[in-house]
Design a protein around this ligand. Structure first.
Ligand SMILES: [Zn+2]
Length: 447
């Protein structure tokens, strides 16, 4: 792999591949032509694309598929044990860690990430801008603000005798929330993240309770909607999911404790909401966190094992009802480390009961949709953006292949190789240093 991404000089023709197009149907033999940043042609059923003027990349019979989307990404997470560790990292180091994580996610096949909150207010905004301008390697990003939490809510790490900062901005009351949402949108976030419910990480049973009032949630929603920002929420409690639906949140995370009519309300909103259970973190907290002091008994007091089992019930039913459920599992804790994100696909198969092809569809076709680019991202289809992977073997037969970075033979984002095929001559990398003008464009300030 090269250190620096750069555009391929000529159209790239991928031959001898089995194409998983992202819709969930079985891979078929075929060829794919990429020109510029778009897929120009797809040939299947024994048809071929003319060779002249193209670099030919023989895929060796392996699987060509769309790049993955991570729907609950925390690119600022540092594989920490406690949230307050995040607050102790100065902004400068934190920025660089986020840049490292962004590259790691692209190395892992994630060409898009939808943030479920930054740890510091501007980190993701800056990272997104630098990636988009081609200065840093990383996925397409929807950048979020820190977790907006009520006093005592998930992420409020303060003690009465001592202030702490973790991953959050603590904010209570209608008017302060309005101002905070306005401020974050001014700074450039795509996504406002609100922790509407509590969480059993804070104390047993808190995941079933709301930590914001309806009036506070309504205020955040009104400000976000009126300014065109997207809304995401942490909502484990039934009442929190109902509030999110009422106030037209676009992404609802977790939904563990929903009951009865809430299933119907979600189904009625299935064309406008996206869900992500974030199984990764509860699975590893339940079964793999003993070395960090989370014994099975402690995990049980936080209901982690029963929440994993609950995902089978809740998400099995919601998938059947047509809800768009995406992978993304709070990767970035010590026992659920960054870069293992594709493990959520295996959880979708083992815990929710999807087929591997369905699981891959959630991360590709629906991935393009959660990024707001469903008409041009997430499928191997003529005219779509060229975010693609070549995976050694067939992940629709063995979903675990997606977790092995060595099996990702080629990674392309926006028509640009991040991981080059051996067959293609790499151009000498040019000097990409920008001008002062370009720097000001990144900062978003006019001279
Ligand atoms: Zn999260």
């Amino acid at each position: 792999m090269t250190e620096k991404s750069s555009a391929a000089p000529r159209p790239q023709l991928f031959t001898n591949v089995r194409i998983f197009d992202g819709t969930g149907t079985a891979p078929v033999p075929g060829e794919v032509l990429v020109e510029g940043n778009r897929i120009r042609a797809v040939a299947t059923k024994g048809n071929s694309i003319q060779r002249e003027g193209h670099d030919i990349v023989d895929g060796g019979g392996n699987t060509l598929m769309p790049g993955l989307t991570e729907a609950h990404a925390h690119v600022t997470y540092t594989n920490m044990v406690r949230l307050k560790e995040m607050g102790q990292i100065p902004p400068e180091e934190h920025m660089l860690i986020a840049a490292e994580n962004a590259k790691l996610l692209l190395d892992s096949g994630f060409a898009s990430i939808y943030s479920a909150a930054s740890s510091k207010p501007r980190t993701e905004i800056v990272l997104r801008n630098f990636i988009n301008s081609g200065r840093l390697p990383g996925p397409r990003m929807k950048a979020a603000c820190p977790e907006i939490v009520a006093t005592g809510g998930l992420g409020d790490e303060n003690q009465l005798h001592m202030a702490h900062q973790g991953i959050e901005i603590v904010c209570d009351g209608v008017e302060p929330i309005r101002k905070l949402v306005r401020t974050m949108i001014r700074e450039g976030v795509d996504v406002i993240k609100l922790n509407i419910s509590g969480d059993n990480f804070v104390r047993p049973g808190f995941g079933r309770q709301c930590s914001y009032t309806d009036a506070e949630v309504a205020a955040a929603a009104e400000e976000a909607h009126s300014r065109g920002a997207w809304l995401s929420c942490h909502a484990r409690a039934d009442g929190a999911v109902r509030m999110a639906l009422k106030h037209r949140f676009r992404v609802i995370y977790h939904c563990d404790f929903i009951e009865g009519e809430t299933f119907d309300l979600l189904e009625a909103a299935k064309d406008r909401v996206f869900l992500a259970p974030a199984i990764g973190i509860i699975y590893t907290t339940a079964y793999e966190a003993q070395a960090w002091g989370i014994t099975p008994e402690i995990a049980a007091s936080m209901e982690q094992q029963s929440m994993v089992e609950g995902c089978t019930r809740v998400y099995g039913e919601l998938f059947k009802r047509g809800l768009r459920i995406l992978p993304g599992g709070d990767y970035g804790f010590a026992w659920n480390p960054m870069g293992k994100n594709a493990r959520d696909l295996e959880h979708f198969v083992n815990i929710i009961g999807l087929t591997p092809a369905q699981a891959l569809m959630t991360a590709t076709k629906w991935g393009g949709q959660i990024m707001g680019m469903g008409g041009e991202l997430g499928l191997i289809k003529e005219g779509f953006l060229a975010d693609l992977l070549i995976v050694e073997g067939d992940p629709t037969q063995d979903i675990r292949l997606m977790q092995d970075r060595d099996k990702l033979l080629v990674i392309m984002k926006d028509g640009v190789y991040h991981k080059w095929p051996d067959a293609v001559q790499r151009p000498a990398s040019g000097n990409k240093q920008g001008t002062m003008r370009a720097v000001w464009d990144l900062v978003g300030t006019s001279l």
